[in-house]
Design a protein around this ligand. Structure first.
Ligand SMILES: Cc1ncc(C[n+]2csc(CCOP(=O)(O)OP(=O)(O)O)c2C)c(N)n1
Ligand SMILES: [Mg+2]
Length: 342
């Protein structure tokens, strides 16, 4: 029994969260029962179980319905943050809520209690202006208390209007200037795969507007050349940018073929379908010789009727009246359910 406890403590060292730890214990219990008569459970065996993927399987213990509910809560928090801040971006964060929810609650191998855990997957937010969605997802995942979300954009807050790496661990990079995130992500992926030979993966969220910057294509060349199959780019294909539709300002299509020509494996998904998001990230793991790009078709302002598909909501917050309406929209799923609280 002593050995068993020590082995569980070993799992503890593997930097898993409390809930995962108890699921591990539950799983291991069966194995221990089987092994007990033959002697102690071998330390190496326990380590293997932790490493061989059960950890990531266990991170998927939320059902799709639970994740959808969580994404809706994240959207409500975004509205509350923006109205309190009195400035900020509405459309992008609301559009990316399903993706960030899927990343933080299913895809990423991470530990909110140890944000700088060395083996963590890296998530780079290149389009820094949509950071309210990342902050809200991080708070829900347990990185910091949800009430801190209301400090968005305040002096001294860890939650600046564009992410500052040194203020909040696990932001990975400081971002805001568009176009630079994919270079940073590709550099990290190169170090992880080629130099350090590590298992962690790198995810890079980008916007469609920033595909207009030249640096993106330099990074795409580099990642393709170096076969960075540990790198996944996710483009928020919401068709809007600061003051218009991307296809009017600087057409990107055919975007899929462009990345394919740069030696990327490209998947196109509905960015509001959580199952598709999780599956696409899973499929990317099976690609051996190429980085993967996920083009996620999203609706800017998703969930708030008067914001959806309107580029005018790229960079402004709701007024308090608009916020009430937005929260009503989200709570009632656009009037489809009658809220008890209305
Ligand atoms: C290098 C650089 N140029 C200009 C800006 C100003 N800017 C901020 S957001 C934005 C629009 C980009 O489009 P997109 O990111 O697709 O907007 P969204 O879909 O989030 O509304 C611009 C031009 C910037 N942040 N960085
Ligand atoms: Mg856009």
């Amino acid at each position: 029994m002593m050995d068993f406890c020590e082995n569980i403590l070993d799992c503890r060292e593997a930097d898993i969260s409390d809930s995962e730890y108890f699921i591990h214990m539950h799983f291991l219990f069966t194995m221990v029962e089987l092994k007990r008569q033959k002697g102690c459970v071998e330390r190496t065996m326990v380590k293997k179980i932790v490493q061989c993927g059960i950890l990531s399987t266990m991170q998927k213990h939320y059902s799709i319905a639970q994740l959808e509910k969580k994404a809706n809560e994240i959207r409500q928090d975004i509205i509350k943050m923006l109205v309190k801040a009195g400035s900020g971006h509405s459309a992008g964060p609301l559009g990316m809520a399903d993706i960030f929810c899927a990343l933080y609650f299913s895809v990423l191998n991470h530990n909110p209690k140890k944000p700088l855990w060395e083996e963590r997957d890296r998530l780079i937010l290149s389009n820094g202006h949509i950071c309210p969605v990342r902050y809200a997802a991080m708070a829900h995942a347990g990185y910091f208390p949800r009430k801190e979300l209301l400090t968005l954009r305040k002096f001294g807050s860890r939650l600046q209007g564009h992410p500052e790496r040194t203020r909040l661990p696990a932001l990975e990079t400081t971002s805001g200037p568009l176009g630079s995130g994919l270079s940073q992500a590709a550099g990290m992926a190169y170090v992880g795969k080629v130099i350090d030979k590590k298992k962690w993966r790198v995810y890079c969220a980008m916007s469609d507007g920033e595909q207009e910057t030249g640096q993106i294509w330099e990074a795409a060349l580099f990642a393709g050349k170096n076969k960075l199959n540990n790198l996944v780019g996710i483009i928020d294909r919401n068709n809007i940018q600061i003051d218009g539709f991307t296809e009017d300002i600087m057409p990107l299509e055919p975007l899929k073929e462009k990345y394919e020509a740069f030696n990327w494996h490209v998947l196109e998904i509905d960015g509001h379908n959580i199952e598709q998001i999780i599956d696409a990230c899973g499929m990317a793991k099976a690609i051996q010789e190429k980085p993967t790009l996920i083009i996620a078709n999203t609706i800017p302002g998703k969930g708030v009727s008067f914001m959806e598909n309107k580029f005018e909501w790229h960079g402004k917050p709701p007024t308090s009246e608009e916020a009430k309406k937005a929260l009503h929209d989200l709570r009632t799923l656009g009037g489809r359910i009658v809220s008890e609280h209305e």
